[in-house]
Ligand binder design. Structure first.
Ligand code: PGA
Length: 248
């Protein structure tokens, strides 16, 4: 049985002091032994977030990192800077980073490999645009994203990875995918992982759905056989996140 993983993606929200306040507020609400709970927060708040989450079930993740070890990369964050403070997860290739910050499938792959090298669990994002969905190319597109993201990743590493399927048309729009749409793509992702590796890897990897998940939609989405939790944006900044974590 795969353990569900429910992650908040705070995006560019909350100052370091506000981060401490919000974690203190959410801590009791997200207490759960049944699911893994991750808060992905802006880089500048990571240290404070880790301190504020101490002694709770909350793990802290970054929203991005660079794929080099160190050097002349002004403004970037190296993987050992994350591990040094206790960061366990990193979101890689979110559609907002692909759209506004020129992330490509190739840079996603480099970052995924680097994250594993440092023992950080990547939450690898994929997802189609509305045009792609309307043109019927969703599955082809997602398979390509996954195949490139996992190039040279070993099956042992892939087993520990998290994939977030986030249709771009559902992110921040209030238009959540139906549970059938989300299940169809998450099943296709698992099938793709099986083709790249094997059945055991496909069974182990955890696949989240993301895009306008709320306390109302979570239970039906997370009940789907191939959906192992969610990557939650807007609703992760509110007490509602507690209801999403305790969705059953
Ligand atoms: P949303 O964001 O829940 O606000 O749609 C999800 C995400 O972008 O990870």
């Amino acid at each position: 049985m795969r353990k569900k993983i429910i992650a908040g993606n705070w995006k560019m929200n909350k100052t370091p002091s506000e981060t401490v306040q919000l974690i203190n507020e959410l801590r009791p609400l997200v207490a759960s032994e049944e699911v893994d709970v991750v808060f992905c927060v802006p880089a500048i708040s990571l240290t404070k977030a880790i301190e504020a989450a101490q002694g709770s079930n909350i793990e802290i993740g970054a929203e991005n990192m660079y794929y080099e070890e160190s050097g002349a990369y002004t403004g970037e964050i190296a993987p050992n800077m994350l591990t040094d403070i206790g960061v366990k997860y990193v979101i890689i290739g979110h559609s907002e980073r692909r759209e506004y910050f020129a992330e490509t499938d190739e840079t996603v792959n480099k970052k995924v490999l680097k994250a594993f090298e440092h023992g950080i669990t990547p939450i690898v994002c994929c997802g189609e645009s509305l045009t792609q969905r309307e043109q019927g190319v969703t599955i082809d597109w997602i398979r390509q994203q996954i195949k490139i993201a996992f190039l040279n990743v070993t099956s042992e590493q892939a087993k520990a990875a998290v994939i977030a399927y986030e249709p771009i048309w559902a992110i921040g729009t209030g238009k959540v995918a139906t549970s059938e749409q989300a299940q169809e793509v998450c099943a296709a992702i698992r099938q793709c992982i099986k083709e790249i590796y094997d059945e055991a890897t496909a069974e182990a990897i955890r696949i989240q759905y993301g895009g306008s998940v709320t306390a109302d939609s979570a239970s039906e989405l997370f009940a789907q056989p191939d959906i192992d939790g969610g990557l939650v944006g807007g609703a992760s900044l509110k007490p509602d996140f507690g209801k999403i974590v305790n969705y059953k």
